[in-house]
Write a protein that binds this ligand. Structure first.
Ligand SMILES: *Cc1c(COP(=O)(O)O)cnc(C)c1O
Length: 366
């Protein structure tokens, strides 16, 4: 019997089917560039976090605390959680990858929503599992569609709530209905990267559901409202058995010491978080109103970004080119199957006013 022997090292099945994640562009013409392509914080990081980060420079020869003890304690104190049910990671990306790595393999399936975050298909394929995509209605997660995708082979359901890039969310009652419809062997991953921005009374990040279940994990990030995207810091809150699994497979020092130090300071700086939230509320509303008034359809968002819809006459690529001419970088949405949409992050006042002025001249045909 002859066996096919590869002529060079071959990766595991699934990996070469992955379309590598394309981060938001950071360049455009003009001296002043407004980067509104990656949902970064227009206020930067808390001064206390920056100070803690700088102070960490005096002991770069030391390994970080692999147990992230101080950060877990700070997170636990803020949200009233048990410290030993928290695990920290290099961004919530790493946390999501750890979950996929631990629970998905060849023959398994993982479900997510049509316009769900693109990290999910990458994490699923990287582990040789099959991605099953549930259709959305009006750019909104459809719980019944998700449940209809679940089979005996399903191991994970990924739900970004609020979702990126749509900016929409489903009420907690719907999240609970989704959970109730899942068999106990399915892990429900609630990606709450934008939870801090949501004001709506019917929204919850999922803490209560995690506390009461054996198959729900919530992931959070320091990249968005805390403005620490450069440091790569995120965390998960889950049942003890899931946290145990994640701790077994993560790198022993997966979060750097400067990130841990900055994270502790950031999560304690409530005043700064309040400021970031007020800024977002104010400008999210203003941009939604102003851009809608130009005749551009805007999906109502509860995040720190907006999804804008163009048409055949005034196309998204043409709008993108026009914005770039004016020093504004936004995110193209072809990779999400939304070629006529652009995603715009909420910027500082100058950026937001520049966006509206540029979209106005674009729609006027100038
Ligand atoms: C930005 C974002 C994250 C956070 O990623 P990090 O790796 O923590 O920077 C997670 N999920 C969604 C849906 C996001 O948009």
């Amino acid at each position: 019997m002859t066996q096919d022997i590869a002529k060079r090292p071959e990766p595991k099945p699934g990996i070469l089917q992955i379309e590598a994640y394309v981060p938001g562009k950071s360049r455009a013409k003009g001296a002043k560039v407004h980067k509104l392509s990656s949902n970064e914080s227009p206020l930067g990081a808390s001064p206390a976090a920056r100070e803690a980060y700088s102070a960490a420079a005096s002991s770069l020869e030391r390994y970080p605390d692999g147990g992230a003890t101080a950060l877990r304690a700070a997170i636990a104190a803020k949200y009233g959680l048990a410290e030993d049910r928290i695990v920290c990671g290099a961004g919530s990306d790493e946390v999501l990858q750890l979950l996929a790595h631990a629970y998905l393999g060849p023959g398994d399936e993982a479900v997510y929503s049509q316009y769900g975050f693109l990290v999910y298909p990458i994490a699923i394929a990287a582990n040789g599992a099959k991605a099953v995509v549930a259709p959305e209605k009006s750019f909104q997660t459809d719980v019944d569609a998700l449940l209809a995708c679940v089979t005996a082979r399903t191991k994970i359901v990924f739900l970004a709530n609020p979702n990126n890039p749509t900016g929409t969310y489903i009420p907690f009652s719907e999240v609970k209905r989704l959970h109730q419809g899942l068999p106990p062997h399915v892990l429900l991953v609630l990606d709450a990267a934008y939870a801090e921005f949501v004001r709506n009374n019917d929204y919850e990040s999922g803490i209560a559901l995690v506390s009461d279940s054996e198959n729900v994990v919530m992931t959070r990030t320091f990249s968005k409202i805390h403005g620490l995207a450069a440091l790569r810091l995120g965390w998960a809150y889950g049942p003890a058995h899931v946290i145990d699994v994640m701790n077994r497979i993560r790198g022993p020092f997966n979060v750097s010491a400067p990130a841990l130090a900055a994270g502790v300071a950031a999560i304690r700086d409530t005043a700064f978080m309040d400021k970031a939230l007020a800024h977002n509320d104010n400008w999210l509303n203003w941009l939604t109103t102003e851009i809608s008034a130009l005749g551009i359809a805007v999906t109502p968002s509860v995040g720190n970004f907006l999804l804008l819809h163009f048409n055949e006459k005034k196309t998204a690529p043409a709008a993108d080119a026009h914005l770039q001419e004016h020093g504004i970088v936004v995110r193209r949405m072809e990779s999400y199957g939304l070629p006529s949409a652009l995603r715009l992050s909420i910027g500082d006042e100058e950026a937001n006013r520049a966006v509206v002025a540029a979209l106005k001249s674009f729609m006027a045909g100038a």
